[in-house]
Design a protein around this ligand. Sequence first.
Ligand code: C5P
Length: 240
Amino acid sequence: MPTTANPKDRLIFALDVPDKNEAQRLVKLLHTSVGCFKVGLELFVREGPDILKLIKDHSSAEIFLDLKLHDIPATVRGALRSAATLGVKYITLHATEGEAILETAKEVEGLEVLAVTVLTSMGETQLHDLGFAQNLKVSDVVLDRALRARQSGCAGIICSGEEITQVKQKCGEEFKVVVPGIRPSWSQVVADDQNRIATPAKAIAAGADLIVVGRPIRDSADPLEAARKIVVEIEESINP
Ligand code: C5P
C-alpha cells in the first residue's frame, strides 16, 4: 500500500508558473495543504536552482524536480549527479530509451528517480500515429516501461490513473506509482491537453502513492480551497 499516512502528503502540486514571484505566492498559500511542490521545466529554466531555495525558505514540503531527462546515458548520469546536490526528493527521466538510461538511477544517492512511462497527454491514437503497432495498447507500453524501470533500479514511475492497478500488480507495492492527469469532478481546465485522466479518489483507490495536480488548483478561483477539497477526497478514498 501507499507509503505515507497523511492524506496531504499524497498530493503533489505542480508549480507550473512562469516566474519566482508567482511561485512564491502559491508556495506561501499552499505549503500547509500539499506534501510536495513539483518544479517543472517552465520554472526551472527561468529561475534555476534558486527557485528550490525559495521553496525551502517558505515551506517544509518535499520538492520534485520534474525535468524529464532524455539524453545519452553519460549526460543523464551527469544531470542526476548535479540534481543530487540540490536537496530535492524526486527527479524524472524518460523511460523511452530503455535500460542504459534507466540504470543511471542506481548511481545517485539521496534522490528518488521516477521514470516517465507514457505522457498522460498521449492516448492510443497518438501512439499509433507515431508508428506503434495498431494492436498495442497504451497500458502495454506503460507496463513494459514500468518493469524495465523497476529492474533498472528506479524508485518508481509516472503513469496515468488507468494503469495504476496493473503496474502495482506487476511491479510490486513498494514500487512508487505517481499519477498526473488528475481531474477532480468539479474542475474545468480550459483547452485541456490531458488525455488519460482520473479523479483523485479513483487514482488513490487504484493504489497511486502520489497524485500530481496542477491546473485544477492553480487555475481555480480559490486555489487553497481546491487543494483542501482534493486532500479531503484523498482521505475519503483511503477510508471510505
Ligand atoms: O495541470 P495538470 O494537472 O495537467 O498538470 C500535470 C503536471 O504533471 C504537469 O506539470 C506535467 O508536466 C506533469 N506530467 C504529466 N504527465 C506525465 C508526467 C508529468 O502531465 N506523464
